[in-house]
Design a protein around this ligand. Structure first.
Ligand SMILES: Cc1ncc(COP(=O)(O)O)c(C=O)c1O
Length: 410
Protein backbone atom coordinates (compact mmCIF):
# COMPACT_ATOMS: atom_id res chain seq x y z
CA UNK A 1 0.00 0.00 0.00
CA UNK A 2 1.26 3.44 -0.91
CA UNK A 3 2.01 5.63 2.06
CA UNK A 4 0.48 8.67 0.39
CA UNK A 5 -2.36 9.79 2.64
CA UNK A 6 -5.87 9.20 1.30
CA UNK A 7 -6.69 12.85 1.95
CA UNK A 8 -3.89 13.71 -0.51
CA UNK A 9 -5.19 11.27 -3.11
CA UNK A 10 -3.52 8.10 -1.82
CA UNK A 11 -5.18 4.72 -1.28
CA UNK A 12 -7.34 4.60 1.86
CA UNK A 13 -6.26 2.25 4.68
CA UNK A 14 -9.65 0.56 4.42
CA UNK A 15 -12.68 0.81 2.19
CA UNK A 16 -15.09 -1.56 3.95
CA UNK A 17 -17.60 0.23 6.17
CA UNK A 18 -17.78 -0.44 9.91
CA UNK A 19 -20.90 -2.35 11.05
CA UNK A 20 -23.99 -0.36 10.09
CA UNK A 21 -26.26 1.07 12.76
CA UNK A 22 -29.06 0.45 13.69
CA UNK A 23 -29.05 -3.33 13.85
CA UNK A 24 -32.37 -5.18 13.75
CA UNK A 25 -33.74 -8.60 12.91
CA UNK A 26 -36.95 -10.60 12.98
CA UNK A 27 -37.53 -9.65 16.62
CA UNK A 28 -38.23 -6.04 15.67
CA UNK A 29 -40.34 -7.27 12.73
CA UNK A 30 -42.41 -9.50 14.99
CA UNK A 31 -42.95 -6.90 17.71
CA UNK A 32 -43.93 -4.19 15.23
CA UNK A 33 -46.41 -6.49 13.49
CA UNK A 34 -47.88 -7.41 16.86
CA UNK A 35 -48.52 -3.74 17.56
CA UNK A 36 -49.93 -3.19 14.08
CA UNK A 37 -52.34 -6.09 14.29
CA UNK A 38 -53.39 -5.37 17.87
CA UNK A 39 -54.80 -2.00 16.85
CA UNK A 40 -53.42 -0.67 20.15
CA UNK A 41 -50.90 1.80 18.79
CA UNK A 42 -50.87 4.08 21.81
CA UNK A 43 -52.96 4.14 24.97
CA UNK A 44 -54.12 0.67 25.93
CA UNK A 45 -51.14 -1.16 24.40
CA UNK A 46 -48.91 -3.45 26.44
CA UNK A 47 -45.46 -2.81 24.95
CA UNK A 48 -44.62 0.52 26.60
CA UNK A 49 -45.45 -0.82 30.07
CA UNK A 50 -43.46 -3.98 29.34
CA UNK A 51 -40.43 -2.00 28.21
CA UNK A 52 -40.66 0.38 31.19
CA UNK A 53 -40.59 -2.57 33.53
CA UNK A 54 -37.78 -4.44 31.72
CA UNK A 55 -35.55 -1.45 31.22
CA UNK A 56 -36.00 -0.13 34.77
CA UNK A 57 -35.23 -3.59 36.13
CA UNK A 58 -32.16 -3.95 33.92
CA UNK A 59 -30.81 -0.71 35.41
CA UNK A 60 -31.69 -1.70 39.00
CA UNK A 61 -34.65 0.68 39.34
CA UNK A 62 -38.18 -0.06 40.55
CA UNK A 63 -39.98 2.45 38.32
CA UNK A 64 -39.68 3.64 34.75
CA UNK A 65 -41.72 6.12 32.69
CA UNK A 66 -41.18 6.19 28.93
CA UNK A 67 -41.25 9.52 27.12
CA UNK A 68 -40.73 10.58 23.47
CA UNK A 69 -37.00 11.40 23.80
CA UNK A 70 -34.09 12.04 26.18
CA UNK A 71 -34.48 15.82 26.12
CA UNK A 72 -38.02 15.54 27.47
CA UNK A 73 -36.88 12.88 29.93
CA UNK A 74 -34.41 15.35 31.46
CA UNK A 75 -36.92 18.19 31.53
CA UNK A 76 -39.65 16.04 33.06
CA UNK A 77 -37.24 14.72 35.68
CA UNK A 78 -36.25 18.25 36.71
CA UNK A 79 -39.95 19.14 36.83
CA UNK A 80 -40.62 16.13 39.06
CA UNK A 81 -37.85 17.34 41.40
CA UNK A 82 -39.66 20.68 41.66
CA UNK A 83 -36.91 22.64 39.92
CA UNK A 84 -38.04 25.97 38.48
CA UNK A 85 -37.39 29.72 38.25
CA UNK A 86 -34.78 31.02 40.67
CA UNK A 87 -33.12 27.62 41.02
CA UNK A 88 -29.66 26.63 39.90
CA UNK A 89 -28.62 23.24 38.57
CA UNK A 90 -24.98 22.20 38.52
CA UNK A 91 -23.89 20.31 35.43
CA UNK A 92 -21.05 19.89 32.93
CA UNK A 93 -20.35 21.95 29.79
CA UNK A 94 -18.95 19.02 27.75
CA UNK A 95 -22.25 17.41 26.79
CA UNK A 96 -25.17 17.66 24.40
CA UNK A 97 -27.12 20.90 24.80
CA UNK A 98 -30.22 19.15 26.18
CA UNK A 99 -28.48 18.56 29.52
CA UNK A 100 -28.46 22.30 30.13
CA UNK A 101 -31.44 23.42 28.03
CA UNK A 102 -33.71 21.12 30.06
CA UNK A 103 -32.92 23.24 33.13
CA UNK A 104 -33.50 26.45 31.18
CA UNK A 105 -36.85 25.20 29.91
CA UNK A 106 -37.82 24.70 33.55
CA UNK A 107 -36.79 28.32 34.20
CA UNK A 108 -33.68 27.29 36.15
CA UNK A 109 -30.10 28.37 35.45
CA UNK A 110 -27.45 25.78 34.55
CA UNK A 111 -24.19 26.37 36.41
CA UNK A 112 -21.24 24.71 34.71
CA UNK A 113 -18.52 22.87 36.57
CA UNK A 114 -15.52 21.83 34.48
CA UNK A 115 -14.74 18.26 33.43
CA UNK A 116 -11.80 16.09 34.44
CA UNK A 117 -9.72 15.38 31.32
CA UNK A 118 -9.09 11.78 32.44
CA UNK A 119 -12.83 11.07 32.36
CA UNK A 120 -14.53 13.89 30.40
CA UNK A 121 -17.15 13.73 33.18
CA UNK A 122 -17.84 16.47 35.75
CA UNK A 123 -14.89 16.98 38.11
CA UNK A 124 -16.33 16.29 41.59
CA UNK A 125 -13.50 18.24 43.22
CA UNK A 126 -14.85 21.44 41.66
CA UNK A 127 -18.54 20.99 42.48
CA UNK A 128 -18.66 22.44 45.98
CA UNK A 129 -17.24 25.79 44.93
CA UNK A 130 -20.22 26.19 42.57
CA UNK A 131 -22.92 25.53 45.20
CA UNK A 132 -24.99 28.56 46.30
CA UNK A 133 -28.20 28.84 48.35
CA UNK A 134 -30.06 28.62 45.02
CA UNK A 135 -28.53 25.27 43.99
CA UNK A 136 -31.18 22.54 43.92
CA UNK A 137 -29.62 19.69 41.99
CA UNK A 138 -26.52 18.19 40.42
CA UNK A 139 -26.91 16.70 36.95
CA UNK A 140 -23.85 14.55 36.19
CA UNK A 141 -23.59 13.22 32.65
CA UNK A 142 -22.17 9.72 32.14
CA UNK A 143 -20.49 10.94 29.00
CA UNK A 144 -19.75 8.41 26.28
CA UNK A 145 -21.24 5.76 28.57
CA UNK A 146 -18.53 6.22 31.18
CA UNK A 147 -20.07 6.55 34.66
CA UNK A 148 -19.22 9.75 36.53
CA UNK A 149 -17.80 9.39 40.06
CA UNK A 150 -21.12 8.71 41.76
CA UNK A 151 -19.53 8.14 45.21
CA UNK A 152 -18.20 11.69 45.32
CA UNK A 153 -21.29 13.22 43.71
CA UNK A 154 -23.78 11.50 46.05
CA UNK A 155 -21.68 12.42 49.07
CA UNK A 156 -21.64 16.12 48.10
CA UNK A 157 -25.37 16.03 47.33
CA UNK A 158 -26.18 14.49 50.71
CA UNK A 159 -24.07 17.01 52.58
CA UNK A 160 -25.76 19.95 50.83
CA UNK A 161 -29.29 18.44 50.59
CA UNK A 162 -29.22 18.52 46.78
CA UNK A 163 -31.09 16.24 44.41
CA UNK A 164 -29.21 14.23 41.78
CA UNK A 165 -30.52 13.64 38.27
CA UNK A 166 -28.22 11.37 36.26
CA UNK A 167 -28.05 12.24 32.58
CA UNK A 168 -27.58 8.64 31.46
CA UNK A 169 -28.62 9.42 27.88
CA UNK A 170 -25.40 7.73 26.67
CA UNK A 171 -25.12 5.05 29.37
CA UNK A 172 -27.50 2.07 28.96
CA UNK A 173 -26.17 -0.80 31.07
CA UNK A 174 -23.26 1.19 32.51
CA UNK A 175 -22.35 0.54 36.14
CA UNK A 176 -20.36 2.31 38.83
CA UNK A 177 -18.89 -0.09 41.42
CA UNK A 178 -21.49 -2.70 40.59
CA UNK A 179 -24.47 -0.34 40.62
CA UNK A 180 -26.19 0.46 37.35
CA UNK A 181 -26.32 4.16 36.55
CA UNK A 182 -29.57 6.09 36.49
CA UNK A 183 -30.72 4.35 39.66
CA UNK A 184 -27.98 5.73 41.94
CA UNK A 185 -29.25 9.33 42.08
CA UNK A 186 -32.86 10.40 42.65
CA UNK A 187 -33.72 10.01 38.97
CA UNK A 188 -32.00 8.89 35.78
CA UNK A 189 -32.77 9.92 32.19
CA UNK A 190 -31.95 7.86 29.09
CA UNK A 191 -32.22 8.48 25.34
CA UNK A 192 -33.08 6.02 22.57
CA UNK A 193 -32.40 8.41 19.65
CA UNK A 194 -31.02 7.11 16.34
CA UNK A 195 -27.32 7.02 17.21
CA UNK A 196 -27.82 5.47 20.63
CA UNK A 197 -26.76 1.94 21.66
CA UNK A 198 -30.45 1.12 22.28
CA UNK A 199 -32.51 2.93 19.66
CA UNK A 200 -36.01 3.37 18.31
CA UNK A 201 -35.08 6.43 16.24
CA UNK A 202 -36.49 8.54 19.05
CA UNK A 203 -37.36 7.65 22.63
CA UNK A 204 -36.50 8.21 26.25
CA UNK A 205 -37.16 6.99 29.78
CA UNK A 206 -36.89 8.27 33.33
CA UNK A 207 -36.14 5.70 36.01
CA UNK A 208 -36.12 5.89 39.81
CA UNK A 209 -36.28 3.86 42.98
CA UNK A 210 -38.39 6.53 44.68
CA UNK A 211 -42.06 5.63 44.40
CA UNK A 212 -43.34 9.17 44.94
CA UNK A 213 -41.03 10.51 42.22
CA UNK A 214 -42.08 7.65 39.96
CA UNK A 215 -45.74 8.55 40.42
CA UNK A 216 -44.98 12.23 39.85
CA UNK A 217 -43.21 11.37 36.57
CA UNK A 218 -46.13 9.18 35.50
CA UNK A 219 -48.54 12.04 36.14
CA UNK A 220 -46.34 14.65 34.46
CA UNK A 221 -45.99 12.52 31.33
CA UNK A 222 -49.72 11.87 31.15
CA UNK A 223 -51.21 15.39 31.24
CA UNK A 224 -51.46 15.44 35.01
CA UNK A 225 -53.61 12.33 35.35
CA UNK A 226 -53.36 10.11 38.42
CA UNK A 227 -52.82 6.41 37.84
CA UNK A 228 -56.01 5.21 39.53
CA UNK A 229 -58.03 8.32 38.69
CA UNK A 230 -60.77 9.01 36.16
CA UNK A 231 -59.85 9.72 32.51
CA UNK A 232 -60.61 13.44 32.73
CA UNK A 233 -59.19 13.89 36.21
CA UNK A 234 -56.09 16.10 36.02
CA UNK A 235 -54.54 16.94 39.37
CA UNK A 236 -51.39 18.72 38.19
CA UNK A 237 -50.24 20.38 34.98
CA UNK A 238 -48.36 17.90 32.84
CA UNK A 239 -47.70 17.40 29.14
CA UNK A 240 -48.52 14.62 26.76
CA UNK A 241 -45.14 12.90 26.92
CA UNK A 242 -46.35 9.39 26.20
CA UNK A 243 -44.22 7.08 24.08
CA UNK A 244 -45.96 5.24 21.25
CA UNK A 245 -46.25 1.46 21.10
CA UNK A 246 -44.15 1.46 17.91
CA UNK A 247 -41.17 2.80 19.78
CA UNK A 248 -41.54 0.29 22.61
CA UNK A 249 -41.92 -2.58 20.11
CA UNK A 250 -38.50 -1.76 18.68
CA UNK A 251 -36.94 -1.04 22.07
CA UNK A 252 -37.97 -4.40 23.55
CA UNK A 253 -36.03 -6.14 20.79
CA UNK A 254 -33.08 -3.73 21.01
CA UNK A 255 -32.76 -4.33 24.75
CA UNK A 256 -32.37 -8.07 24.18
CA UNK A 257 -29.28 -7.36 22.07
CA UNK A 258 -27.68 -4.90 24.52
CA UNK A 259 -25.69 -7.31 26.76
CA UNK A 260 -23.99 -9.02 23.83
CA UNK A 261 -23.31 -5.71 22.07
CA UNK A 262 -21.93 -4.14 25.26
CA UNK A 263 -19.58 -7.09 25.77
CA UNK A 264 -18.32 -6.78 22.19
CA UNK A 265 -17.82 -3.01 22.47
CA UNK A 266 -15.97 -3.50 25.75
CA UNK A 267 -13.61 -6.14 24.35
CA UNK A 268 -12.85 -4.01 21.27
CA UNK A 269 -12.41 -0.83 23.36
CA UNK A 270 -9.83 -2.59 25.53
CA UNK A 271 -8.02 -4.02 22.51
CA UNK A 272 -7.99 -0.65 20.73
CA UNK A 273 -6.88 1.24 23.87
CA UNK A 274 -4.00 -1.15 24.31
CA UNK A 275 -2.93 -0.82 20.68
CA UNK A 276 -3.24 2.99 20.66
CA UNK A 277 -1.22 3.26 23.86
CA UNK A 278 1.80 2.49 21.64
CA UNK A 279 1.09 5.55 19.46
CA UNK A 280 2.13 9.01 20.67
CA UNK A 281 -0.41 11.81 20.43
CA UNK A 282 -3.67 9.82 20.39
CA UNK A 283 -4.49 8.88 23.97
CA UNK A 284 -7.63 6.92 24.85
CA UNK A 285 -9.13 7.84 28.22
CA UNK A 286 -7.77 5.52 30.94
CA UNK A 287 -9.89 2.67 32.29
CA UNK A 288 -10.93 2.93 35.96
CA UNK A 289 -11.63 -0.25 37.93
CA UNK A 290 -14.53 1.47 39.74
CA UNK A 291 -16.29 1.47 36.39
CA UNK A 292 -17.61 -2.07 36.44
CA UNK A 293 -19.40 -1.53 33.13
CA UNK A 294 -18.66 1.14 30.54
CA UNK A 295 -21.44 1.51 27.96
CA UNK A 296 -18.99 2.69 25.24
CA UNK A 297 -21.37 4.96 23.40
CA UNK A 298 -18.26 6.77 22.17
CA UNK A 299 -14.60 5.83 22.12
CA UNK A 300 -12.82 9.03 23.17
CA UNK A 301 -9.18 9.97 22.57
CA UNK A 302 -7.22 13.09 23.38
CA UNK A 303 -5.28 14.40 20.40
CA UNK A 304 -1.96 16.22 20.62
CA UNK A 305 -1.09 18.18 17.45
CA UNK A 306 2.63 18.15 18.36
CA UNK A 307 2.78 14.39 17.66
CA UNK A 308 1.32 14.99 14.18
CA UNK A 309 3.53 17.73 12.81
CA UNK A 310 1.39 20.42 14.45
CA UNK A 311 -1.71 19.55 12.40
CA UNK A 312 -4.99 20.45 14.09
CA UNK A 313 -7.47 17.96 15.45
CA UNK A 314 -9.90 18.89 12.65
CA UNK A 315 -7.26 18.10 10.01
CA UNK A 316 -6.51 14.82 11.76
CA UNK A 317 -10.16 13.72 11.83
CA UNK A 318 -10.58 14.65 8.16
CA UNK A 319 -7.48 12.57 7.32
CA UNK A 320 -8.74 9.66 9.42
CA UNK A 321 -12.12 9.72 7.68
CA UNK A 322 -10.40 9.79 4.31
CA UNK A 323 -8.44 6.68 5.35
CA UNK A 324 -11.79 4.90 5.70
CA UNK A 325 -12.37 5.41 9.44
CA UNK A 326 -15.64 7.04 8.58
CA UNK A 327 -16.98 6.75 12.12
CA UNK A 328 -14.44 9.31 13.43
CA UNK A 329 -15.79 12.66 14.59
CA UNK A 330 -14.55 15.87 16.19
CA UNK A 331 -17.42 15.61 18.68
CA UNK A 332 -18.70 18.68 20.53
CA UNK A 333 -17.07 21.81 19.12
CA UNK A 334 -18.22 24.33 21.73
CA UNK A 335 -18.50 23.91 25.49
CA UNK A 336 -21.98 24.87 26.69
CA UNK A 337 -20.65 27.68 28.89
CA UNK A 338 -19.72 29.41 25.60
CA UNK A 339 -22.98 28.70 23.79
CA UNK A 340 -24.75 31.99 23.08
CA UNK A 341 -28.26 30.58 23.41
CA UNK A 342 -27.41 29.43 26.92
CA UNK A 343 -25.58 32.65 27.78
CA UNK A 344 -28.58 34.68 26.54
CA UNK A 345 -30.97 32.56 28.63
CA UNK A 346 -28.74 32.86 31.68
CA UNK A 347 -28.86 36.65 31.29
CA UNK A 348 -32.67 36.59 31.01
CA UNK A 349 -33.11 34.19 33.92
CA UNK A 350 -30.91 36.40 36.07
CA UNK A 351 -33.69 38.96 35.84
CA UNK A 352 -36.15 36.35 37.14
CA UNK A 353 -34.04 35.87 40.24
CA UNK A 354 -31.25 33.48 39.27
CA UNK A 355 -27.57 34.04 39.95
CA UNK A 356 -26.21 37.38 38.72
CA UNK A 357 -23.57 36.55 36.14
CA UNK A 358 -21.45 39.45 34.95
CA UNK A 359 -22.19 40.44 31.36
CA UNK A 360 -19.51 40.07 28.69
CA UNK A 361 -18.88 42.70 25.99
CA UNK A 362 -21.55 41.14 23.77
CA UNK A 363 -24.20 41.75 26.46
CA UNK A 364 -24.67 38.05 27.26
CA UNK A 365 -23.81 36.39 30.56
CA UNK A 366 -20.13 35.58 31.01
CA UNK A 367 -20.48 32.14 32.56
CA UNK A 368 -17.67 30.62 34.62
CA UNK A 369 -14.70 29.56 32.49
CA UNK A 370 -14.22 25.81 32.01
CA UNK A 371 -10.72 25.46 30.58
CA UNK A 372 -10.72 21.66 30.42
CA UNK A 373 -13.98 21.52 28.49
CA UNK A 374 -12.72 24.29 26.22
CA UNK A 375 -9.53 22.29 25.58
CA UNK A 376 -11.58 19.12 24.99
CA UNK A 377 -13.67 20.72 22.25
CA UNK A 378 -10.43 21.42 20.33
CA UNK A 379 -8.41 18.27 21.08
CA UNK A 380 -10.81 15.35 21.14
CA UNK A 381 -11.49 12.57 18.66
CA UNK A 382 -14.57 10.40 18.92
CA UNK A 383 -15.29 7.07 17.32
CA UNK A 384 -18.99 6.21 17.32
CA UNK A 385 -20.22 3.09 19.07
CA UNK A 386 -20.79 1.01 15.94
CA UNK A 387 -17.01 1.15 15.30
CA UNK A 388 -16.64 -1.10 18.36
CA UNK A 389 -19.04 -3.70 16.96
CA UNK A 390 -16.40 -4.72 14.43
CA UNK A 391 -13.66 -7.33 14.92
CA UNK A 392 -10.00 -7.07 15.89
CA UNK A 393 -8.98 -6.56 12.24
CA UNK A 394 -11.25 -3.49 12.20
CA UNK A 395 -9.51 -2.18 15.32
CA UNK A 396 -6.10 -2.88 13.73
CA UNK A 397 -7.12 -0.82 10.71
CA UNK A 398 -7.80 2.19 12.95
CA UNK A 399 -4.33 1.93 14.45
CA UNK A 400 -2.81 1.47 10.97
CA UNK A 401 -4.60 4.60 9.73
CA UNK A 402 -3.40 6.65 12.72
CA UNK A 403 0.19 5.47 12.22
CA UNK A 404 0.05 6.19 8.49
CA UNK A 405 -1.16 9.76 9.13
CA UNK A 406 1.55 10.24 11.74
CA UNK A 407 4.25 9.11 9.29
CA UNK A 408 2.76 11.31 6.58
CA UNK A 409 2.89 14.41 8.76
CA UNK A 410 6.24 13.86 10.45
C1 LIG B 1 -25.79 13.48 27.10
C2 LIG B 1 -27.12 13.63 26.39
N1 LIG B 1 -28.14 14.21 27.02
C3 LIG B 1 -29.33 14.34 26.44
C4 LIG B 1 -29.58 13.90 25.15
C5 LIG B 1 -30.91 14.15 24.54
O1 LIG B 1 -31.54 13.00 24.08
P1 LIG B 1 -32.53 13.05 22.83
O2 LIG B 1 -31.72 13.27 21.61
O3 LIG B 1 -33.19 11.70 22.87
O4 LIG B 1 -33.53 14.14 23.08
C6 LIG B 1 -28.54 13.25 24.46
C7 LIG B 1 -28.70 12.67 23.12
O5 LIG B 1 -28.89 13.19 22.09
C8 LIG B 1 -27.27 13.13 25.08
O6 LIG B 1 -26.26 12.56 24.44
Amino acid sequence: MSDKLAIDGGTPTRTAPFPAWPIYDEREDRNLLEVLRSGQWGIGGAKVAQFEQRFAESQGARFGVCVPNGTLALQMALNALGIGPGDEVITTPYTFIATASAAIQQGAVPVFVDVDLDTYDIDPAQIEAAITPRTKAIVPVHLAGRPADMDAIMEIARRHSLRVLEDACQAWGAAWRGRKVGAIGDLGAFSFQSSKNVSAGEGGIVITNDEALGEMCWSLHNVGRVRQGAWYQHEIIGGNLRMSEWQAAVLLAQLERLPEHTARRDANARYLSEALSEVAGVTPLPFDERITQHAHHLFICRYEPAAFGGRSRDEFVAALRAEGIETASVGYTLPLNQNNAIRRSAAALTRLGGREWPLADDGLSALAACPNAEWATQHTVWLFQNTLLGDSADMDSIVAAVRKIQRGWE
